[in-house]
Every structure is written in structure tokens, then in C-alpha cells.
Design a protein around this ligand. Structure first.
Ligand code: NDP
Length: 248
């Protein structure tokens, strides 16, 4: 195994569809993977599944929307496993409703979990990356940040914010060997999308030129490339993975 793959990768929202695929992919590649979670039962199920597959993944509890909770989690990970070289800001939620019906709580929860979390997690790992002159940060955004979506003013705003963050931070830390990129998935077959009523899902699929939902592993494969040494010249960019549904 080469040095690259011994790096420590923290993946937020690891109990979800894309997060679990990321844990698997990076675990298979030999990275020292730490999957963040907030729900003990879901974490136990994930740990069991991955153990059965022979993948040794560490799990770390923390609420990504809470700066101090993330700080404590990062400290524990760095003490027990090692400095975090790779951060994948993947945790996210939706609270869809048209804007005229949107409550302050719907807005705040989505902004806090999807966007403030990016500050919370990145802020706690960036100094170490600067000192070690290496880092990879991937922010999981969404097609709906790029094109907008009915009922998602909160979600589209939060995800669009990631792009400004990505580009500005990429400028600041490029000289330290740290890259910062965004991936914008289209509709991916996870609980988040399967929760959408079937008739609406069918309408969505009809708008996807490749004629199907994406698979979580297709996001994980792209992340694997962007965190590798081969991608050191790619920073401040956005990779759209959406089956051709939105091209910009
Ligand atoms: P899931 O709903 O399957 O997973 C989301 C994960 O985030 C869960 O593990 C969830 O934990 C975790 N999470 C939510 N809030 C917090 C929190 N405060 N602290 C820690 N963890 C938290 O979603 P996906 O896997 O589909 O999505 C992953 C990312 O990809 C999200 O950012 C999403 O917005 C984005 N995305 C997904 C698309 C799709 O089609 N699926 C399309 C475009 C973007 P718990 O299970 O305990 O709630």
C-alpha cells in the first residue's frame, strides 16, 4: 500500500446512502476511514455491515451543525487515529416546502446542517492541514444549488453557499498543498430521494438524459479521484454528476 492510501479521511453523514458508499470505497482503497454519525443505532448497523465485509472503519459521533461537538469529535479522532488529511463534508438534510409556507425552523435547520456544518468541520481541521502542507476537502453540494428547485429555497441556498466557500478557501490554501472542491450530484438512489413520492420520482427520472437515477458508488468513485495525489492541480472546481440533467 502506498503512503497516499494511509491517509486519514473523515466522512460526515456516514450512515446515509452516499456516506456509506464513501466509507466502503475509501476503506477498499486502504484509507484510514472515520465515518461521522449522530444516531447510535444507525451507526451500530453500519459498523456491523462493514465489519462483515472485512472493512475496518472507525466511527465518530458528532453533530455537524454544532461547532463544539465537531471540535470534540475532531480532537478524539486526531488523538486516537491520527491527523485528518481528508475531509468530506457530506452530511445533509432537506426540509422541503414552498417558500410561503417555510418556517424559520425549516430554514435554520437546513442552513445549519448543510452549510454551517462546512464551516464547523473545515475550521477544526484546516490548521493541521496547513501545518502538514497537505489536505483534501470535498464539499457535497447538489444539482439544485446550480439550477434551483421548487420547494427548496432553503436547501438550494445552503448548497449554493458551498460553492462560494469552496472557491474562496481554495484560493487561500492552494499554496499549502490543500485542494478544495465541490461535487454536485444529481438525483442519487438513496433514502433522501426514495422518500420523494413515486410519481414525482418518475417525473424526475424522465428529465435525466441517461434515463436513471445515479448510484451512490458513482459519487464515491469521483471522490476517490479528487482526493488522490493525481488530482493535485484540481482545486476550486465543481464536478457535476447528474446524468446530463443539468449542464453549466
Ligand atoms: P441521506 O439522508 O441518506 O444521508 C444524510 C446523512 O447525513 C445521514 O447519515 C444523516 O444522519 C447525516 N446527518 C444529517 N444531519 C446531521 C448532523 N447534524 N450531524 C451529523 N450527521 C448528520 O442522504 P444522501 O446520502 O442521499 O446525501 C448525502 C449528501 O449528498 C447530502 O449532503 C445531500 O444533500 C447530498 N445530495 C444527495 C443527493 C441525492 O440524490 N441523494 C443529490 C444531491 C446532493 P442520520 O441518518 O442520523 O439522519
Amino acid at each position: 500500500m502506498n503512503q497516499e492510501n494511509k491517509r486519514v479521511a473523515l466522512i460526515t453523514g456516514s450512515t446515509g446512502g452516499i456516506g456509506t458508499a464513501l466509507c466502503r470505497k475509501l476503506g477498499e482503497l486502504g484509507y484510514r476511514v472515520v465515518g461521522n454519525f449522530r444516531n447510535d443505532e444507525k451507526a451500530a448497523v453500519l459498523q456491523q455491515e462493514l465489519d462483515k465485509e472485512g472493512l475496518h472503519i472507525e466511527l465518530a459521533k458528532g453533530d455537524v451543525g454544532d461547532f463544539d461537538s465537531v471540535g470534540a469529535m475532531v480532537q478524539t479522532v486526531e488523538q486516537n487515529i491520527g491527523p485528518i488529511d481528508i475531509l468530506i463534508n457530506n452530511a445533509g438534510i432537506t426540509r422541503d416546502t414552498s417558500f410561503v409556507k417555510m418556517s424559520k425552523a425549516d430554514w435554520d435547520e437546513v442552513l445549519n446542517t448543510n452549510l454551517n456544518s462546512v464551516f464547523n468541520c473545515t475550521r477544526h481541521v484546516i490548521q493541521g492541514m496547513v501545518e502538514r502542507r497537505f489536505g483534501r476537502i470535498i464539499n457535497i453540494s447538489s444539482i439544485n444549488a446550480q439550477k434551483g428547485q421548487y420547494g427548496q429555497t432553503n436547501y438550494s441556498t445552503a448548497k449554493a453557499g458551498m460553492h462560494g466557500f469552496t472557491k474562496s478557501l481554495a484560493l487561500e490554501v492552494a499554496k499549502y498543498g490543500i485542494t478544495v472542491n465541490t461535487i454536485s450530484p444529481g438525483y442519487i438512489e438513496t433514502e433522501m430521494v426514495m422518500a420523494v413520492p413515486e410519481n414525482i420520482r418518475e417525473r424526475i427520472i424522465a428529465q435525466i438524459p441517461v434515463g436513471r437515477l445515479g448510484g451512490p458508488t458513482e459519487i464515491a468513485d469521483a471522490v476517490a479521484f479528487l482526493i488522490s495525489d493525481q488530482s493535485g492541480f484540481i482545486t476550486g472546481s465543481n464536478l457535476a454528476i447528474n446524468g446530463g440533467q443539468h449542464m453549466s
